[in-house]
Design a protein around this ligand. Structure first.
Ligand code: BTN
Length: 228
């Protein structure tokens, strides 16, 4: 469970707060704004007031498999959104989309036995870069960030408990149901780029692409996925 909640006004990044101080496992750090919010591959995460920016600390020793964590957390965010009446999809491996735009991003970083999981969730922002969207921009409702966080954490907690006890297999089909580009031709921005049809997930959460050279398994990594 998430036992400790720390609300901060402004930080560089909630990820770094958990990295720089000794907090117990289960601590959640939330900030109203981040000066240097970041995503995967050194990308910037826009963190002006109105969004939810939080990180929580997990013990890697409690997880048999770590690579599927962003998918499991992403599915929990989807479940919360579905409860609110939205139709989210998951962009492998770490983003949640609404109406073709990014509404949530998940970043998992490892420091010794610590897993630092960051979630950026666009809730009340009125404007965002063109590739992003907030819940407010979809339905015009301003939400209470504390209540939103608390419901979201309930969903995340539930998913993580199931993941700890049962591993990734019960999640595979549920995530595939929500998977963006499923059955479509995509490009993986590997070096050189790989083109293939996105067939689904394998038992460990990696992506299966059907290419001219046969099926290719893509382990979660710093890879960008785009429609071809
Ligand atoms: C991505 O889309 O690449 C992941 C984005 C993760 C953003 C969140 S906001 C809270 C936490 N602090 C950060 O600096 N990043 C994560």
């Amino acid at each position: 469970g998430f036992d400790y909640l720390v609300w901060l006004e402004e930080v560089d990044s909630t990820q770094d707060v958990l990295k720089s101080f000794e907090f117990p496992f289960g601590t959640v750090v939330v900030a109203k704004r981040q000066r240097k919010g970041r995503g995967r591959q050194g990308r910037e995460w826009h963190s002006q007031e109105g969004g939810l920016y939080f990180s929580f600390l997990l013990n890697s020793e409690e997880f048999k498999e770590v690579p599927p964590l962003p998918l499991v957390i992403g599915l929990a965010v989807c479940n919360y959104l579905i409860e609110l009446g939205f139709y989210p999809s998951i962009k492998w491996v770490n983003d949640v989309y609404l109406k073709g735009k990014k509404v949530c991003g998940v970043l998992v970083e490892k420091q010794k036995e610590k897993l630092i999981c960051g979630v950026g969730f666009n809730v009340n922002q009125e404007t965002l870069p063109p590739e992003a969207i907030s819940l407010y921009m979809v339905d015009g409702v301003k939400r209470d960030l504390r209540k939103t966080l608390s419901s979201l954490l309930d969903h995340i907690d539930k998913s993580l408990e199931e993941f700890k006890s049962s591993g990734f297999s019960p999640f595979k089909d549920r995530i595939e149901e929500r998977l963006m580009f499923l059955g479509q031709e995509v490009i993986l921005m590997t070096e050189p780029p790989t083109v293939g049809i996105l067939k689904g997930l394998s038992e460990d959460g990696s992506l299966i692409l059907q290419t001219s050279k046969g099926d290719v398994k893509v382990i979660s990594g710093d890879i960008t996925l785009r429609p071809y």
